[in-house]
Ligand binder design. Structure first.
Ligand code: SF4
Ligand code: SF4
Length: 375
């Protein structure tokens, strides 16, 4: 196992994410405890020592089962991370109640790592409103020894990421972002990585395989990458990409089966960063996978839109929506926009299309997007 150093801790590069644990009868609330114990025991025996859970995973059951699984091991043999569920804004004002319950559910006296969960467009105002006292309460718990290290996870766009950092960056010891070779450009992950590197803030990676999409790439599409590294698979190449990114402390993988645990551990036995040529091949592959509408963000069109729509941003969200088959990011972001800035506000005048060098049928795309979002 590859290890990285963070302050006084030696942490496994592969972290065990617990959002997709094995379940019984396909019921997300019914975690298969025996299978989970077996996976945890094997992971620990192979040197994995970082485990990541959260209040909302498996409808609240992840923290309970993770607590039971880890209770069977000495407390000092693992690092446990959980998160404040600010993705649900009704939880603001309940930080103390939730935090105490989390310690109880996980059967621990303290969290090694504690995160503010998913800072995003939906909840940034609540975080910036100090009257809720969320971050202040967590800082107090750090002083009390109940939190060893405080950080945050985020799916926010870069501007809102910065707003949070400007307010609380001095207290954030690490940051968890969605990072993989597809989102490096697609979701501004590169900008976040560069910003965090400049400030020496370690990165914890979530969604390294984009919810499994990067693990299941057809042979034809993957062939140019395979030609460069014949022994690697789609998932191992995605992990090798992350081994090539400066500042990555832990890569979390939400493992659902014993086979996945074994394969991932095998990949993290060795550090084999990619060459520039290999990275470039992955970016080309990502482009093919995500660029269903080939907008280059030149912004020539925006000044011609009578509705003042942020056309390239909406197209990138459309691409995200198409790629994930809906997913949560695009609907979440669109829901934070005023009605008159959403795709459905397009009046079909086609002024934008007259100047688009990529000849994109923007009005048709927005009509399609509006219909899909309303379903
Ligand atoms: S077609 Fe829609 S997006 Fe294009 S300029 Fe007209 S209102 Fe704006
Ligand atoms: S003009 Fe075309 S390519 Fe340029 S930002 Fe607008 S939609 Fe995208």
């Amino acid at each position: 196992m590859i290890y990285k150093y963070f302050k006084d801790k030696k942490i496994s590069s592969l972290g065990f994410g617990t959002m997709r644990l094995p379940t019984i009868d396909g019921n997300v609330s019914k975690i298969d405890e025996n299978a989970t114990f077996e996976m945890f025991d094997y992971a620990i025996s192979k040197g994995v020592n970082y485990f990541d859970t959260a209040w909302g995973y498996h409808n609240g059951m992840s923290e309970i089962v993770v607590g039971k699984a880890l209770k069977r091991h000495p407390r000092e043999s693992f690092y446990l991370a959980s998160k404040f569920p600010g993705y649900d804004v009704t939880n603001f004002g309940k930080t103390e109640e939730i935090f105490k319950k989390q310690l109880e559910k996980c059967q621990v006296e303290y969290f090694d790592f504690y995160l503010i969960h998913n800072v995003c467009e939906k909840n940034i105002e609540q975080y910036l409103d100090r009257s809720y006292g969320t971050v202040d309460y967590l800082l107090e718990q750090k002083k009390n020894g109940k939190i060893k290290h405080l950080g945050f996870s985020t799916h926010a766009d870069f501007d809102n990421f910065l707003r949070f950092m400007n307010a609380y960056g001095e207290h954030m010891e690490f940051c968890q972002i969605q990072l993989n070779y597809l989102d490096y450009h697609f979701q501004e992950a590169k900008k976040k990585v560069e910003y965090l590197n400049e400030r020496n803030i370690p990165i914890i990676v979530m969604e390294p395989l984009r919810g499994g999409k990067l693990a299941n790439i057809n042979d034809e599409l993957f062939s140019t990458v395979k030609a460069l590294r014949p022994n690697e698979t789609p998932p191992s190449m995605a992990f090798r990409f992350l081994q090539s990114i400066n500042g990555v402390l832990v890569t979390l993988s939400g493992m659902s089966s014993f086979t996945q645990v074994k394969e991932n551990i095998q990949t993290f036995e060795t550090n084999e960063p990619l060459t520039d040529e290999e990275i470039s091949a992955l970016f080309k592959l990502a482009n093919k996978m995500t660029n269903s509408v080939p907008c280059t963000s030149c912004r020539y069109c925006t000044e011609y839109c009578p509705m003042g729509l942020d056309i390239p941003k909406l197209i990138s969200l459309y691409n995200e929506h198409e790629f994930t088959g809906g997913g949560f990011l695009a609907p979440m972001y669109i829901s934070t926009l005023p009605e008159n800035k959403r795709p459905s506000a397009c009046i079909g005048c086609r002024s934008c299309e007259a100047v688009c060098p990529q000849v994109i049928k923007i009005s048709e795309i927005f009509s399609d997007f509006g219909t899909k979002l309303s379903k």
